[in-house]
Design a protein around this ligand. Structure first.
Ligand code: MSP
Length: 563
């Protein structure tokens, strides 16, 4: 039996030298592989706050964008239900852990997906049999391959992080915790654990992991996250305790049911179990696995980067499975300069914002205001200001003016354009460039750049309206063809804007699509390929353009009364 813990850490072992494990190509044997995107699975110790909704929103925008690229997409999210954190919360609420998890999933985690308009294809719960059975099977495979052995763990454990801690992860407590060592993230004392556990030979994978990062410089993103992970692994890895024996809320270790699987080992496997990992060839699970594996991107908050960029690929290497193409670590939503968190009671529920601004504005705001990968603070004033300037006055006003003018001057039927001038040619070139730029930006998860590019186009079209003064043209019957050209140009620009913004603001853009008469003439907005957006002249002339509900009502006015 070997002894472990931060006091018994092994030095960096440079014996292992293997070939890098390049990311798998985007083709599987059955044809093009589906784009597989995941969120972390969320602890059910409490209800979601906007930090959780932020990750899911980003994943949803990415999934919708790739669907509009015409790709097969699989978008997975779910809940992480085992471990001491959930067990303690359930106990504090006089509930059995399974009942507690059921209640939280039904009343909080599933409803928030509706609230933020998520289009996930699946929702995995770690207490489902499809998960627990495959985790046991995976673990047995690793044990049979000699990757798991029995040892003793002794050291600090933070239940908030559900993580075995190293000395550098702790700091001196203050206030109530003065004189104690506390977790840097949770600011609370850690437990001292001394247990006989099962260990995974993580230390053996340091060199292979480093070779993997080197061969795949975007396997961990953004670059700051990549550098952090490489530097962490260069300092050497310790073997990982992957079971716990002092409580029973978890998946039993198949060969030693007195122990339960360590919650992170259990949770990381959701990405594998939810898509049929390990299933017999010819079964529906195996077909699904061949279709989606490996994941294209695991979106995670920066606090859980190491689990995903170190432990998870090592687990997959041990099992001989292709590695995810990318783990992307986004920043934190901060409150008073600190990570918004349930434990510090600083969480804002998504509905607190969405009830006022709507789900589209929520989705837009967080991806537009905060660079994906950086921290950011939520401020009601900033959100209000951007809502008014960019959505209500910017896009909303453009859409309502266009519909009103087609209604007034052409009886609501989109007129055929006459000869285009330089002003129209400039917009046509811009739209093609913006479509490409937005696509390039989303490819590297730079949602902010994509949105800013589209927003700049909205501004340009608004300037075009001001410059062309269609209301003046309308006073001169001999300028009717010019008026038609201008109105067609505005509506056709709105067609492109609606398609490009659809992944970010699905509700408002669907309404805009209907107002443009595009649903009947061009089909569903979600089926419009982003690659075709820049092709000018798609809206057929004569379609009914109608002034529907205001897309972004001014918030100081009742929603129905806006114009
Ligand atoms: N259960 C684990 C994840 C297991 S994945 C195999 C977990 N759950 S969590 O509920 O605590 O956090 C889930 C995600 O929410 C993490 O990516 C975390 O970074 C994110 N966020 C939690 N608070 C956040 C902010 N204040 N801001 C942004 N994201 C935040 O960790």
């Amino acid at each position: 039996m070997r002894r472990h813990g931060w006091r018994a850490g092994r030095p960096y072992d440079c014996r292992v030298s293997e070939q890098p494990a390049p990311s798998a190509p985007r083709q599987s044997t059955g044809g093009t592989k589906a784009f597989y995107v995941t969120t972390p699975i969320y602890y059910v110790n409490d209800a979601p706050h906007i930090g959780h909704a932020y990750t899911t929103t980003a994943a949803d925008v990415l999934a919708r964008w790739h669907r509009q690229r015409g790709e097969d997409v699989w978008f997975l999210t779910g809940t992480d239900e085992h471990g001491q954190k959930v067990l303690r919360t359930a106990a504090a609420n006089d509930a059995a852990p399974q009942d507690w998890a059921d209640r939280l999933v039904a009343t909080a985690w599933l409803p928030v997906l509706e609230t933020i308009d998520a289009s996930n294809d699946d929702f995995i719960r770690t207490t489902e049999t499809r998960h627990t059975e495959r985790v046991q099977q995976f673990l047995t495979g690793l044990k049979d391959a000699g990757e798991i052995y029995e040892g003793e763990y002794e050291g600090p454990y933070c239940v908030g992080c559900e993580e075995f801690k190293l000395p550098g992860d702790l700091e001196d407590g203050t206030g109530d915790f003065a004189g104690q060592q506390v977790c840097r993230i949770h600011g609370r004392p850690v437990d001292l654990v001394s247990e006989t556990n099962w260990f995974f030979r993580l230390s053996e994978y340091a060199d292979r992991l480093l070779a993997h990062y080197e061969a795949n410089p975007t396997a961990v993103a953004p670059p700051s996250a990549y550098n952090e992970v490489v530097s962490f692994v260069r300092h050497g890895l310790q073997d990982l305790s992957i079971s716990r024996s002092t409580f029973d809320w978890g998946i039993p270790v198949p060969w030693d049911p007195a122990q339960v699987v360590y919650v992170w080992f259990d949770a990381l496997l959701n990405y594998y179990t939810a898509v049929g990992g390990g299933d017999e060839p010819g079964t529906p699970g195996a077909t699904q696995f061949a279709r989606v594996w490996p994941a294209d991107v695991h979106l995670v908050g920066k606090d859980i980067l190491r689990f995903h960029a170190v432990i998870w690929p090592a687990m997959l290497m041990a099992a001989g499975l292709p590695l995810p193409r990318q783990v992307f670590a986004h920043g934190w939503l901060l409150v008073g300069g600190e990570k918004m968190s349930k434990s510090k009671l600083t969480g804002i529920a998504p509905s607190q914002i969405i009830d006022h601004f709507g789900s589209d504005a929520f989705r837009y705001y967080f991806l537009r205001a905060i660079g994906f990968g950086s921290d950011g603070s939520f401020s009601w004033e900033d959100m209000s200001a951007r809502y008014t300037a960019e959505l209500a006055n910017g896009l909303g006003n453009l859409a309502s003016r266009a519909a009103a003018m087609v209604g007034r001057y052409f009886d609501g039927a989109l007129p055929a354009p006459g000869a285009y001038t330089d002003a129209e040619h400039a917009l046509q070139q811009t739209v093609a460039r913006v479509a490409r730029e937005a696509d390039d930006a989303v490819e590297v998860l730079d949602f902010q750049r994509a949105i800013v590019a589209v927003k700049a186009f909205v501004d340009e079209v608004n300037h075009y309206v001001t410059d062309q003064e269609p209301w003046v043209l309308a006073k001169h019957p001999e300028r009717r063809e010019r008026l038609a050209t201008v109105l067609y140009t505005i509506c056709e620009s709105l067609r492109a804007i609606a398609v490009l913004y659809h992944p970010v603001m699905p509700k408002a853009t669907t309404a805009l699509w209907d107002q443009l008469g595009a649903a009947t003439s061009l089909g569903r907005i979600s089926g419009q390929p982003v690659g075709e957006v820049g092709r000018w002249g798609q809206l057929p002339t004569g379609v009914p353009v109608t002034k529907g509900a205001v897309l972004f009502p001014r918030l100081e006015e009742p929603a129905e009364s806006g114009t």
